[in-house]
Design a protein around this ligand. Structure first.
Ligand SMILES: NC(=O)c1ccc[n+]([C@@H]2O[C@H](COP(=O)([O-])OP(=O)(O)OC[C@H]3O[C@@H](n4cnc5c(N)ncnc54)[C@H](OP(=O)(O)O)[C@@H]3O)[C@@H](O)[C@H]2O)c1
Length: 240
């Protein structure tokens, strides 16, 4: 992997080691949320199989895993958890564990997380209070009642969710989309940084861009740019 640009000039352009990558991708001290997404050259978030794995590269995988290592929690929409078969996170080498926070409007727990009770607390499932009681009961049975949060009446109040996560010590979040959740996070002005991989292929078709939904006009400033596996990896900060 090669560093092309570092806005803070901590490192000179050129080859980077694992320790350098940790410095470049460290979260700011304050609570913050970083969107972590990959897009093709023509702006698609998936390949023909409607999954993001098929547009990934080894360099993207390295930076994706690093950011999960540095974060306290992963925030993801239930649509992505279903499409990509998310599983409860594994315990890290130091004994800590990333928390997976899954947001759903309707309250259907993604099937791949139904066995999460074997890792209590590794998955938080968040729905509005209007979610169907039968579905909530299923989620509570699978995850434990204290790991199913109802926040907001008809829609999940994402600002309240972030405040509650911070209160639980989950200060640094990676938001792995998908585009619907990311659109809502932008609309609520809850995204601080974007780590965007540009994969070296075009796919055409009608797949989504990284953000769907309401207008989300924001300016960003480039913080870090890397190249690896013929892929560009940028870290951008939202300007406020
Ligand atoms: N390239 C990438 O980096 C990347 C990243 C992520 C996903 N993807 C791809 O994107 C596609 C999925 O797109 P998507 O837009 O459907 O993903 P999504 O945002 O993860 O899923 C939409 C679903 O998530 C829940 N949700 C989203 N926003 C919510 C909110 N504000 N409040 C409550 N619930 C919310 C709802 O779940 P319920 O249906 O349960 O109500 C909604 O139907 C997949 O093909 C996936 O592979 C690509």
């Amino acid at each position: 992997m090669r560093l092309l640009y570092d806005s803070r000039r901590r490192l000179d352009p050129g080859p980077v080691r694992a320790a350098d990558l940790r410095r470049l991708y460290a979260f700011p001290a304050r609570p913050s949320t970083r969107a972590v997404m990959i897009s093709t050259l023509d702006g698609s978030v998936t390949g023909a199989d409607r999954r993001s794995g098929s547009i990934g590269t080894p360099a993207d995988r390295t930076i994706y895993l690093l950011q999960r290592e540095l974060a306290d929690a992963v925030l993801v929409g239930a649509g992505t958890a279903r499409a990509e078969s998310y599983h409860p996170p594994q315990t890290r080498a130091d004994g800590s564990r990333l928390t997976l926070v899954v947001v759903s409007e309707g309250g259907s727990l993604p099937p791949s997380l139904a066995t999460a009770s074997t890792h209590p607390g590794s998955v938080l499932f968040v729905t509005p209070r209007s979610a169907a009681p039968r579905r909530l009961a299923t989620a509570r049975r699978c995850l434990g009642a204290e790991h199913v949060w109802t926040i907001g009446e008809d829609h999940v109040d994402l600002a309240e969710l972030r405040a509650r996560l911070t209160g639980h010590g989950l200060r640094h979040l990676v938001c792995e989309g998908g585009p619907t959740l990311l659109g809502a996070m932008y609309a609520a002005d809850l995204i601080d940084e974007v780590a965007l991989t540009t994969a070296p292929l075009t796919v055409g078709g009608d797949a989504s861009r990284i953000i769907n939904g309401p207008a989300a006009a924001r300016q960003h400033r480039l913080a870090v740019l890397l190249e690896g596996s013929n892929t560009l990896l940028g870290l951008w900060r939202v300007q406020r």
